[in-house]
Structure formats: structure tokens, C-alpha cells
Unconditional design. Structure first.
Length: 452
């Protein structure tokens, strides 16, 4: 398993060959949506006592398993929040894995951590955070939200002591991971209604807090680009309310805060510089591979005292240096921020600005096309790169039927959602290779499907 021989050499070159082959695949390649019926039986006997060899295992993955997956970087994968990792960041992820770096503390991974911190500094600067800001790359938005809220709770307890029930305030449009974090932390969620654009506003937040007499709210979770509609909460006004009440302001920007580097949308995030923490997922719209989320604190001191782990086996760790494991609820971690850093160094930050602006421009052009088309209704102007629209007269069942059929054919992945209680379709654009022409083709298909 750990010796290099002729067979290993051939396998290693085959792995690199597969990676190149995969990255060079045409952008219009169609991927099936569901595994074939024989998928489980095809791998039923894959794990054996003596093994089949690396080349056979690679063939099994390439020929059986991969075709049963739906790559998230397909330009016509428009559901959830897809991904579009750059070639450089994807290839460098192979280097990160091969380098066997423990990214938890400085003494083990100083070089990698220094690079990660440079990428985090770029994000902090985009948000207007002070020089002392810092954070850590974690696995995803769920880990970022949970870690930030645990830090916020610790700060509240230090100031006010322990209370029987604590609360965070958030809207129904907040990401599901925030409610999951509240469940894990055993705290309640104070619901705050959104406005007609799906945003949390200062006025609604103030009213909710005023109506929560005796409630122990310790944090507000705002969103910089909701998953469902791409809505950006009223960050500046929310920051005012947090200052008035002494509350921690966390901004979940897993999808949308990538647009901090946008020339088009940057001003929509006014107030982010006043947050106590924010999270953004480079594996969504900053062109890094899975899994990578950046959690940034305005002042990381409280986070370190909250999350740093101690034990006899950890006493030798140098707490005077920057140890990423101290800033979230983890200990072991890979240096998952390196592919983002490598991409930034390779292409330059202007390339990121252009790519994000490209998706926003495409989303606006598509929204204009929807609004101009008979038989379709644009439900809300896109704030970022999510477009919500309906096909007039369609039911949720019809949306699901069309969606499942086209997904199985590998043509488009578009899933229905709801907006203001009504079913509709949702398109989320992050890939620079997604074109308006391809989206118009999808509209044409929807129009003709109505009469089938």
C-alpha cells in the first residue's frame, strides 16, 4: 500500500490522465441524473480480501460510478447552488491531497496556513473588516454558521451569565443549516418576517425583538444572498439594530457573498463591514472545488477562546501562532483553503470579478427574456444570479414531471421551489460557461412542453 512499484507508476499516470480527461470534457456533455438499476450489483463484490488492483478500481469508478453521478460543475446544472471550480484550483486540489498536510496547527502546516490566511485576508478586505480580522476554512456553510453562533453564544454568556433558554433571530428565508445549528446548540429561533423581496429588514427585526419581551436573543443571522431567491438582507440597518441591543451579527453569505468581488453587485452589501462574522463558500461561486467554506471573524479572539481544544496530548501546541483548529468546532482539518489561494495567485483577483459579474449579467439577461415571453412570469427581479419564474398555469406536479424527465435525459437540472406560497422554477447561475442562448433553449423547451 505504501511502496512505489511499476504498477503504481502506471496507476499514478492513469489518475492524472483521468483528471485531465475529466477537465477537458466538453461543456455540453450530457450527464444522466439517476444511477442505472444495476449500479449496486455492479459494485457488490468490489471490496474483496485480496483486492483487484488500482487500475481495476479506477476503471470501476470511471466507467460505472462516475456516469451515475451528476457533476455539480455542469453549466446547465442550475439547481440548488451549483459549482464551477477553475482548472487551476481543481488540479491543485490533487497537489493538496498528495502533500498530506495537517492544517490544524501552525507547527504542522505553517506554509499552507500562511497561504490560507492570505486568501482569508482577501475576503476580509472585500468585506471591509479591520486588520486584526481572521478566521478559518471549514467544510461548508453549515460548519461556518454553527461555529460562528457558538462563538456568539459564548460572548453572550460571558456578559450576561447562563440563561435557561437562548435565541437567535432569523427569517424563514435563512438557510436550513441555521435552524440545524440552533437544534444542535439547543437554542430557539425567533422568527422575523421578510419583506416582499424576501429580505430581513431593520424595521421587521426591531419589531420582532420588541415583541419578544424577556427573550434572550444573543445573535442575529442575516443573509448575504438567500439560497432560494438570492435576496440580500438590509445589512446596514440590521447592524444598527444589533448595535442598539448589543447583539452579535452573523452574515451567512455561503452563496451570495462571493459577489463582494463584483463590480456590479458590491454596493448591495453595504453594512457587511459592521458584522461580527460572516461565512462564504468558495466551492459555490468563487471557483474552488469541494469542500471549502471561509469563516471570518471581525475579532477572532473570542472564537479562539471558545473553540480551542485542550488535553494532555495537545499541551505542546504553540498557542502563540495561528492555529486554524482554534477558530471552529473541529480539530483535524485538511488545508482546504489552498485551492482557492492557488486560483487567486494563478488568475488574479480581476478574473474572479469578471467571472462573478458574468453570471450576474447572464441572470439579468435571462430574467429579461422571461419577462418578455408570453406564458411566463418573472416573479422578482434578480438581486444576484438567482432567477425565479413561473410557467403560467403550471402546477407543482407539472414542474416536477418536466424537471425529472429533463434531469434523467441529462439536459438541464432545474428544480421547482415556492415563492410567496406558489410553486415556481428556480435557476441559479454561477458558471461562466452558462450562456443566455442555452437558457433560452430551456425556455423554448418549457413552452413546447406545455402543449405535449
Amino acid at each position: 500500500m505504501h511502496n512505489w512499484d511499476t504498477e503504481t507508476d502506471l496507476f499514478a499516470h492513469s489518475v492524472i490522465g483521468y483528471a485531465i480527461e475529466r477537465l477537458r470534457m466538453p461543456k455540453d456533455k450530457r450527464w444522466g441524473a439517476l444511477p442505472a438499476d444495476e449500479l449496486r450489483s455492479a459494485i457488490e463484490h468490489a471490496i474483496t480480501v485480496d483486492g483487484s488492483g488500482a487500475l481495476e478500481a479506477l476503471h470501476l469508478f470511471r466507467d460505472v460510478l462516475m456516469p451515475a453521478c451528476r457533476p455539480m460543475d455542469d453549466p446547465m446544472n442550475l439547481a440548488y447552488v451549483p459549482t464551477s471550480p477553475s482548472i487551476a484550483s481543481t488540479m491543485f486540489d490533487l497537489v493538496v491531497s498528495a502533500s498530506s498536510i495537517f492544517g490544524g496547527n501552525w507547527e504542522a502546516g505553517a506554509g499552507a496556513i500562511a497561504a490560507e490566511n492570505q486568501a482569508l485576508r482577501w475576503l476580509a478586505d472585500l468585506a471591509g473588516f479591520p486588520k486584526g480580522a481572521g478566521g478559518v476554512f471549514v467544510s461548508g456553510g453549515s460548519a461556518a454558521n454553527l461555529s460562528a453562533l457558538v462563538t456568539a453564544r459564548e460572548g453572550y454568556r460571558q456578559r450576561h451569565g447562563h440563561s435557561d433558554r437562548l435565541m437567535i433571530a432569523a427569517t424563514d428565508e435563512v438557510h436550513a443549516s441555521v435552524r440545524a445549528a440552533a437544534k444542535v446548540m439547543d437554542v430557539d429561533v425567533l422568527p422575523v418576517p421578510t419583506d416582499d423581496c424576501g429580505r430581513l429588514t431593520a424595521a421587521a427585526l426591531r419589531a420582532a425583538l420588541a415583541g419578544n419581551a424577556g427573550g434572550n436573543v444573543f445573535a442575529i443571522v442575516a443573509t448575504g444572498g438567500t439560497t432560494n431567491a438570492g435576496a440580500i438582507d438590509e445589512l446596514d440597518g440590521i447592524a444598527d439594530v444589533c448595535a442598539e441591543h448589543g447583539l452579535w451579527m452573523h452574515v451567512d453569505g455561503a452563496y451570495g457573498l462571493a459577489a463582494l468581488c463584483s463590480n456590479i453587485a458590491r454596493e448591495r452589501f453595504r453594512g457587511i463591514e459592521r458584522a461580527d462574522s460572516f461565512g462564504v463558500d468558495p466551492h459555490k461561486w468563487l471557483f474552488a472545488p469541494y469542500d471549502c467554506a471561509a469563516l471570518v471573524y471581525r475579532d477572532p479572539t473570542l472564537a479562539a477562546s471558545t473553540h480551542a481544544q485542550h488535553g494532555a496530548y495537545l499541551d505542546a501546541v504553540n498557542r502563540g501562532e495561528w492555529n486554524p483548529s482554534d477558530y471552529a468546532y473541529h480539530l483535524s482539518r485538511r488545508a482546504r483553503g489552498l485551492p482557492l489561494w492557488f486560483g487567486l495567485v494563478t488568475y488574479g483577483t480581476s478574473a474572479y470579478t469578471q467571472a462573478v459579474d458574468s453570471a450576474i449579467t447572464t441572470a439579468r439577461a435571462f430574467a429579461d427574456e422571461v419577462a418578455a415571453r408570453p406564458g411566463f412570469t418573472l416573479l422578482t427581479p434578480p438581486q444576484l444570479s438567482v432567477v425565479l419564474f413561473s410557467a403560467d398555469g403550471w402546477t407543482r406536479e407539472q414542474y416536477l414531471e418536466w424537471s425529472h424527465l429533463r434531469a434523467r435525459q441529462g439536459r438541464w437540472l432545474v428544480l421547482p421551489t415556492t415563492w410567496q406560497g406558489e410553486p415556481c422554477l428556480r435557476v441559479c447561475l454561477v458558471h461562466p460557461a452558462t450562456t443566455v442562448e442555452a437558457l433560452i433553449g430551456m425556455l423554448d423547451d418549457l413552452a413546447s412542453y406545455q402543449v405535449e
